[in-house]
Write a protein that binds this ligand. Structure first.
Ligand code: HEM
Length: 405
């Protein structure tokens, strides 16, 4: 592999279980070594056609790359695999791995399907579902914050909002697990989820067809856009499918992060309990602090300059969103979880043209659930050690024993 002038190498393996167990020293190393570092462990996977792989962990560079789709396009894959050298495992993502102008056409449809007005109309239902869930949990006292809240709540409200039928929803989490594992190297995590894939993918494709979706849901809005000629009738079910893969595991891990942070910071829970109006800020801070979506890649579309160094065309750039979200250059005292801080400017939902199209909906889920809990639960405390769930892109837990008091 050619030398990259002025780019120091860092020997971390950001897709290993040891790294997932404690990513913070690795993030700090990437961030503090230089604006751009070389990642030889990832180059050794030979998924980039012999081209270099670099990492960025400072907020300024991550933000700059996210905002600059011309020089850092997504069409060659937002995972480690460079699609020019290695075809994707499942066809490129229908929206996330598409560059303008096609991206803009599809994105306009998704923006409308997930607009503030659409989400506002969902609010009463989402709030009622959160209240009802808390009511059943209070009777139990000890719960698993992941299965009983972080999974149960989005798996109830989100597929309903899309207009999905009740059958088969247990496929949503393993389907998302595969999609987010596919952004990493060909490691054991990916192999395990590939093995599960064929029935899941067939289910997701079937479920995204018009005749499977209620006419008053978000999915139907996407199909109506095909009637209006804004997208094709072939694209419509694939865009619904993109929401199935992007919209569940992300929110589950977002809620799980919020619960875990609040349970381990009792003074922050006390603040939230005293003022449930802080729920929105608490969810946002959890996204900054834990970054449920840890990483995404871009590929340089031409020779570029980034952070004072020259990168050749075809360089894979790993954006450590989680490292950027704890960059002290951007956030004062970044390792402190503080629900009253302004987390504005965090990149947990990305930035630029691919910035999360479901963020308004995700925030409603987070706010409704946390506010419902805060109103009824005086003390939220750990009731045993949590267990980590491993994924190449997502950070989260498999189990989070909690005591509600
Ligand atoms: C806490 C929950 C969520 C987090 C942390 C999250 C995070 C992200 C991030 C970081 C990106 C940008 C990726 C990039 O630029 O490479 C993104 C894009 C995206 N998200 Fe989310 N997301 C969440 C919830 C959702 C939900 C609920 C939906 C669907 C309803 C959704 C659908 C999408 C889609 C379709 C894209 C691609 C947008 C595009 O390429 O224009 N996400 N998300």
């Amino acid at each position: 592999m050619a030398e990259l002038a002025g780019v120091p190498a860092v020997g971390i393996d950001p897709f290993s279980l040891a790294f997932f167990d404690d990513p913070y020293p690795g993030h700090a190393l990437v961030r503090e070594t230089a604006p751009v570092v070389r990642l030889p462990v990832l180059e050794a996977h030979n998924l980039t056609g012999g081209r270099p792989v670099v990492g960025i962990g400072r907020h300024a560079e991550v933000q700059a790359v996210l905002m600059d789709w011309q020089r850092f396009p997504s069409g060659r894959g937002v995972g480690l695999r460079d699609y020019v050298a290695h075809p994707p495992l499942r066809g490129p993502g229908m929206i996330l791995e598409i560059d303008p102008p096609l991206h803009g056409q599809r994105r306009a449809v998704l923006n409308r399907a997930l607009s503030p007005a659409v989400v506002r109309a969902l609010r009463p239902r989402f709030e009622a579902a959160a209240e009802a869930l808390v009511e059943t949990l209070l009777a139990r006292g000890e719960i698993d914050g992941i299965a009983d809240i972080a999974e149960a709540y989005p798996l109830g409200v989100f597929p309903d909002a899309l207009g999905m039928e009740p059958e088969g929803r247990e496929n949503l989490l393993p389907f998302g697990n595969f999609v987010f594992n596919s952004m990493g190297p060909d490691n054991d995590l990916l192999a395990a989820s590939v093995a599960e894939l064929p029935p899941l993918a067939a289910w997701a494709t079937r479920q995204s067809q018009r005749d499977r979706l209620r006419p008053d849901g978000i999915g139907a809005i996407i199909h109506e856009a095909a009637d209006a000629g804004e997208i094709t009738h072939e694209e419509a079910p694939l865009l619904v499918r993109a929401l199935l893969s992007a919209g569940v595991d992300t929110t589950v891990n977002g809620l799980g992060a919020a619960l875990s942070c609040l349970a381990t910071h009792p003074e922050q829970w006390a603040l939230l309990h005293a003022n449930p109006g802080l729920a929105r800020g608490a969810f946002e801070e959890a996204i900054r602090f834990e970054s449920p979506v840890q990483t995404f890649f871009r590929t340089t579309g031409c020779d570029v300059e980034l952070g004072g160094v020259a990168l050749p065309e075809g360089t894979k750039v790993l954006m450590f969103l989680a490292a950027a979200n704890r960059d002290p250059r951007k956030f004062p005292d970044p390792d402190r979880f503080d629900i009253t801080r302004s987390a504005a400017g965090h990149v947990g939902f990305g930035a630029g043209i691919h910035m999360c199209v479901g963020q308004i909906l995700a925030r409603l889920e987070g706010e409704a659930m946390l506010a419902a809990l805060a109103r009824r639960v005086t003390r939220l405390a750990p009731a045993g050690p949590p267990e980590r769930r491993y994924n190449n892109t997502l950070r989260g837990l498999r189990r989070l024993p909690l005591r509600l008091g």
